[in-house]
Design a protein. Structure first.
Length: 89
């Protein structure tokens, strides 16, 4: 429901817990989509996309063993650097 309502940060956290309990690829897909949703809202400066949530989303992504994680992190880090958004790298 969080995902459907655009509350991507909470959806990301929920899919992270689900993925840890059961490594079903659908949970990774949900977590990936929710993480990108947080990033998209941040880039667009929309409500629910606060820059401070990006750091936690990066930490959540790093906890995954999926091969797509590094590319996602590179894109987010590059955007943050280009836009002077401080992230703990």
């Amino acid at each position: 429901d969080c995902y459907k309502m655009g509350h991507f940060y909470y959806a990301c956290k929920a899919f992270d817990v689900l993925e840890r309990l059961d490594p079903d690829p659908e949970f990774w897909e949900g977590k990936r989509g929710a993480a990108i949703g947080v990033f998209q809202k941040t880039v667009a400066n929309l409500p629910g996309g606060e820059h401070d949530k990006l750091q936690e989303v990066l930490n959540i992504l790093r906890s995954s063993n999926n091969t797509q994680v590094e590319q996602m992190i590179r894109v987010i880090k590059k955007w943050a650097k280009d836009n002077r958004v401080k992230l703990d790298l």
